[in-house]
Ligand binder design. Sequence first.
Ligand code: HEC
Length: 93
Amino acid sequence: MRRLALAVLLTASTASAQTPGELPAGPGRAETVRVCTGCHEAEVLIHRSQKHAAWSDVVQAMVEKGAEASSAEQTAIVAYLQKALPPQGSGGR
Ligand code: HEC
């Protein structure tokens, strides 16, 4: 519960803290921008639109690299990315 409250707080306070690149608006974008643009541009995410719905794997891998996100934030980011940057050509490649 504390983590959820933190995520909400961060959403409110960082909504426009950084240039979001071309990431489309949507719930979870604030967390995504805050957590995922620390080491590379948001463009990395856009250019790497997942062929399969592998965002949870990507987020997990980034957390292992050192991305700082609570589990609530990770959930929000994965949900956001799946909606905002869906797999290209479902069923293909
Ligand atoms: C601690 C630094 C760091 C943070 C924070 C971070 N990344 Fe990364 N990311 C990297 C590095 C380093 C690479 C390139 C090297 C690699 O792919 O192993 C990378 C590469 C990527 C790639 C390209 C992978 C590929 O296979 O080409 C994607 C997509 C990505 N990051 C997504 C994210 C997302 C989503 C987040 C937020 C949850 C995030 N990153 C946060 C360090 C980070």
